[in-house]
Design a binder for this molecule. Structure first.
Ligand code: SAH
Length: 356
């Protein structure tokens, strides 16, 4: 094999891998690209690639903290309780939520599940005293869990299958000498297609997210065994749908997901219908999805914004703009959705339309 420059970045690694062993699945491509991407540096914020709700305003994490404190109070204030966040980014949501919980004298133990060492460093500054984990497995099995995952499931790798001439095939990534391209692979996937989609037109793409499903099953089992609740907040769809939702964002612009792997944030929409099915299968109650805007308004975010604005008149305009970004249906309010799981005996959380 000719040895040129040492490998530079994932593009070279992928080209070699594909050259040596053939196409890689879209899921493999997305998983490696995001692992590299999140490990590189902190991608969040105005100067980074994208901005998330907790980075828009402290009000977002505060509302989550209020929701969790309300759950804890209604459950009779269990003494041992764990706050668990998946993919905490800079730790901003956790810091804001813990401060809000503290106002109710609720001080849960804090567990952060984070794969990126760069982001763990940032989290150490914003959430001192937390314990870090690679997954739920090492989180204590005693005491209720209050779990939050904001814009986490959308970063997990999606598997895609595509209807080709010969039948359904896994969607894979090749390199044509110039660039990476998604194409239909060789392996038949007909048996993986739900009956209702089997006769879809040529080119139809079906997405699934085995990693997200696996985590949701694990969370449901833990809530059933230990009690507690989980909040999933993400952008996604509530009814099954077809089509690729894979997208890449770099420096706040949408870019081609198959260009410069590892340098852009890859995401796919979250399938909330699947999260509901998993709750059913795992025997935990599930509420939502409801729009992020409605949910935050039901929790009183507008009142909180008014209080903050009165306290800092110079920032009033900024606070109201942030509120609008979080709740307006034409901004994050409708596409972003909130879904909750609750363990046996735990209350229906505020904002889900039930008796709180
Ligand atoms: N929740 C934060 C950050 C969202 S970005 C916010 O709202 O601002 C996605 C987060 O999930 C990052 O912290 C990223 O490092 C983490 N992440 C992505 N894939 C992961 C995986 N497979 N395991 C653990 N953490 C992961």
């Amino acid at each position: 094999m000719e040895e040129q420059d040492p490998p530079q970045g994932l593009e070279v690694v992928f080209r070699r891998l594909i050259g040596a062993t053939g196409p890689i699945s879209v899921a493999h491509y997305m998983a490696e690209a995001n692992a590299q991407y999140y490990n590189r540096a902190d991608p969040l914020g105005v100067t980074g690639d994208f901005i998330t709700a907790p980075e828009i305003s402290q009000m977002f994490g505060e509302m989550i903290g209020l929701w969790l404190a309300d759950q804890w109070q209604q459950a009779g204030k269990p003494q041992l309780c764990h706050f668990v966040e998946f993919g905490p980014g800079r730790g901003t949501l956790a810091a804001d939520a813990l401060r809000a919980m503290g106002q109710f004298q609720f001080h849960p133990k804090v567990h952060l599940i984070e794969g990126s060492s760069a982001l763990r460093m940032a989290q150490k500054l914003s959430v001192p005293g937390a314990t870090w984990h690679d997954g739920l497995d090492s989180v204590p099995r005693e005491g209720p869990l209050l779990i939050v995952a904001n814009e986490f499931l959308d970063a997990l790798p999606v598997r895609q299958i595509v209807r080709a001439e010969q039948g359904w095939r896994e969607r894979v990534v090749v390199h044509n000498g110039e660039r990476f391209l998604p194409v239909a692979g060789a392996r038949p996937m007909d048996s993986a297609v739900p009956k209702e989609w089997a006769d879809s037109p040529l080119g139809t793409i079906l997405e699934s997210n085995p990693a997200a499903a696996g985590m949701a099953y694990e969370i449901a089992a833990r809530l059933k065994a230990q009690g507690g609740a989980a909040l999933f907040i993400d952008y996604g769809y509530a009814e099954p749908q077809t089509g690729s939702t894979l997208q890449a964002v770099r420096a706040h612009q949408k870019v081609d997901p198959f260009v410069d792997p590892g340098l852009a944030d890859l995401t796919a929409l979250v399938d909330f219908a699947q999260l509901k099915q998993i709750a059913l299968a795992g025997d935990v109650d599930c509420h939502g999805p409801v729009g992020q805007g409605d949910w935050l308004m039901a929790l009183g975010i507008a009142q909180r914004a008014a209080v903050l604005a009165r306290g800092q008149p110079a920032k009033a305009q900024e606070i109201m703009t942030a509120l609008d970004r979080l709740v307006s249906p034409d901004q994050m309010g409708a596409l972003f959705k909130v879904l909750a799981y609750r363990g046996p005996g735990w209350p229906v959380g505020a904002g889900f339309g039930g008796a709180a």
